[in-house]
Design a protein around this ligand. Structure first.
Ligand SMILES: *Cc1c(COP(=O)(O)O)cnc(C)c1O
Length: 364
């Protein structure tokens, strides 16, 4: 495969990377390779260690993020692999409002006395820098899920490096189209590929991407070894579907972001909405609605085009009250609805959402 995508824009990388060599008769797409073992003496001998479909996917994601990618069986498998970089007794600085699964795994590592976790408001740069004293790993997420707080990534990555800590970023929400943490100084990026990268709510998959630096290369081999010996490997079919979904990510994200910007502006003046959280980019909006948790559940139950479901980043618009999950941080408001805006027609989305919101409008 042609691995030289330097100088290409993300849209071109998404379409052109991870293809077959251009020899007459070759398929234009990467093969879906369903073999557990390979004829001896090749580069890979057993499929827990490698697969051509992984390689194609990893080439696209690596080129997009500007690093080396590894595909994992889920976002959580990638997160667990990344947390294995923190040796026993490590101090980890993490956002109070990290993704709830990240919160759960940090809690369990803490409970088992494997690590010490310092939770901070990741948007409070001074607090992050203060917490980094003596830390071994900075876990950043920006925007955060679901509060959409924004971190000053270059500043906090630099502060992490100044104390010798690994700088990590969960880039699921922003996508590499909006921000490339490795170019801002991160050592490693994690993704839930399940979300925007795959984009069609049909696979669960994850990935890590490491920087082209000495530290990044060391991390890369530790993560590859973790994947091999813990067996957190992606199915070739899921990987192939994710690669196919990624070919149009720029188009999907462009449309869903435009839809989200318009919806955020309209929600700002809707009487049923107390507060709109929207960072000014991306396709996720969080709204605090009138009527408390019951009001929020009513809105989620009333929509017809939107779907009441967890997750995000697919072509279809989803809505969910996050606090219905006991794993969600208690500082997330009870009446907060997370909206994952899809690529449907904006007027249809608005009509449906506005109608559901009339049930919690004060005049109702
Ligand atoms: C969904 C999500 C994850 C977990 O990924 P899975 O693919 O569900 O295992 C991690 N981080 C963020 C920000 C997410 O939204």
């Amino acid at each position: 495969m042609d691995a030289n995508h330097e100088g290409l824009a993300p849209a071109s990388i998404l379409v052109a990377a991870g293809r077959q060599p251009r020899v007459p008769g070759a398929g234009v797409n990467a093969p879906l390779e369903l073999s557990s073992t390979y004829i001896a003496d090749g580069p890979v001998n057993y499929a827990r260690g490698g697969n051509p479909t992984w390689t194609a996917f990893e080439e696209v994601l690596g080129a997009l993020e500007g690093g080396s990618a590894l595909v994992f069986s889920s976002g959580m498998a990638a997160i667990a692999a990344a947390l294995s970089l923190a040796s026993g007794g490590s101090v980890i600085v993490a956002p109070t409002h990290a993704y709830s699964g990240t919160g759960l795994i940090l809690n369990s590592l803490e409970k088992a006395r494997r690590v010490i976790v310092r939770r901070v408001d990741i948007s409070d740069t001074a607090a992050v820098i203060a917490a980094l004293e003596g830390a071994n790993l900075l876990w950043a997420e920006s925007p955060t899920n679901p509060m959409l707080e924004i971190a000053d990534l270059p500043r906090i990555f630099e502060a992490a490096h100044s104390v010798g800590a690994i700088a990590l970023c969960d880039n699921t929400f922003a996508t590499p189209l909006v921000q490339q943490p490795l170019s801002m100084g991160a050592d490693v990026v994690v993704h839930s590929v399940t979300k925007y990268l795959a984009g069609h709510s049909d696979v669960v998959l994850g990935a890590t991407v490491t920087a082209h630096t000495d530290r990044g290369r060391k991390i890369q081999s530790a993560l590859a070894q973790h994947r091999l010996i813990h067996g957190a490997i992606a199915g070739p079919m899921e990987t192939w579907l994710a690669l196919r979904g990624m070919r149009t990510m720029h188009l999907r994200v462009e449309r869903s972001s435009a839809n989200a910007a318009e919806l955020a502006a309209r929600l700002q003046i809707h009487p049923g909405v107390e507060r709109v959280r929207y960072p000014g980019f991306g396709s996720i909006i969080a709204i605090d609605v009138h009527g408390g948790s019951a009001g929020a559940e009513t809105v989620a139950a009333q929509v017809r085009l939107w779907t009441h479901a967890t997750s995000l980043g697919g072509v279809e618009s989803l809505i969910e009250r996050r606090r219905r999950h006991s794993s969600e941080a208690s500082t997330v408001p009870d009446n907060l609805l997370r909206l994952s805006v899809g690529v449907e027609d904006i007027e249809d989305l608005w009509r449906d959402l506005a109608a559901a919101l009339t049930h919690v409008s004060p005049s109702h």
